[in-house]
Design a protein around this ligand. Structure first.
Ligand SMILES: [Zn+2]
Length: 268
């Protein structure tokens, strides 16, 4: 008889999975709010913000990672910021969407309005095929010039001189991600506000501790829309007490189980 590895993630609670599936089956519109936890099952480290790859306070430069990965440092010492941006991109390199990303993308065939609000900069929701993704912290694969309108989407940074210069005007190139101390991208915020104004039938918070107000707010708004709110997270978070259902396990196992538990009528 096989013995479960101690490292194996706990299986989701069947009652919680059933309850989450009932909410999903009723929904004609759904918002998925995702964070680093959803990409952990793709082998990515769970980091906070852009820079939390580094839990240690000290860096080689002797500065906190929040300072090195700030807009201010990018302007003054781009080689420092780019060194750590490169580390983030390397962590994403070769990562593939997992069952949770795929489940969300597949639901577009069954639910008329599926929107993803993600804090992740790894691009895995788009890679999985989700078509309405609000990347509130940007995507590390989008490069843009700090001076002119040049921009390009790259698969990785393997061939990139660090720090890279704009091929058109020679100015510094940066990724389209939100660095510490920077504002959220205005188009993403506008899209989010528009979607929240319309409201949703269901909100799923997956793999995020919801420390940012703009991430917690949609989950807290679920009640005002009379929407079902589900949290998928092994731990307790800022929004745990506000949801109807908690599926306390990893994202891939949870979403695969919830999809499998959908009654047949949800597929028609
Ligand atoms: Zn340029």
């Amino acid at each position: 008889m096989p013995v479960a590895s101690p490292a194996a993630p706990p299986a989701p609670d069947p009652a919680a999975v059933e309850a989450a599936a009932r909410i999903l089956a009723r929904a004609r519109s759904i918002l998925f709010v995702t964070g680093a936890g959803i990409s952990a099952d793709s082998g990515l480290p769970t980091y906070r913000g852009v820079g939390g790859l580094y839990e240690a306070d000290a860096t080689e430069e002797g500065l906190p990672i929040e300072v090195l990965l700030s807009g201010e440092t990018l302007a003054r010492r781009p080689e420092w910021t780019w060194k750590y941006l490169g580390a983030i991109e390397r962590a994403c390199r070769g990562a593939r969407p997992n069952a949770a990303h795929e489940a969300i993308a597949a639901l577009e065939a069954r639910i008329p309005r599926v929107v993803v609000l993600t804090q992740n900069v790894d691009g895995l929701h788009r890679a999985a095929g989700s078509s309405h993704v609000i990347e509130i912290h940007g995507d590390v694969h989008d490069l843009l010039c700090t001076r002119c309108a040049w921009e390009e989407r790259v698969a990785d940074y393997a061939d990139l001189p660090i720090p890279p210069a704009c091929p058109r005007c020679g100015a510094l190139v940066r990724p389209g991600v939100v660095l510490f101390g920077e504002m959220l991208p205005r188009p993403a915020v506008a899209r989010l506000e528009e979607e929240l104004l319309r409201g949703f039938d269901a909100v799923f918070s997956i793999g995020t501790t919801s420390v940012f107000p703009y991430v917690a707010a949609p989950v807290l708004m679920a009640r005002s829309w009379a929407a079902g709110a589900v949290e998928v997270n092994p731990g307790t978070t800022e929004v745990s007490s506000a949801v109807d259902v908690r599926v306390r396990c990893g994202a891939a196992a949870a979403m695969a189980a919830v999809l499998a538990a959908l009654p047949d009528r949800a597929f028609r």
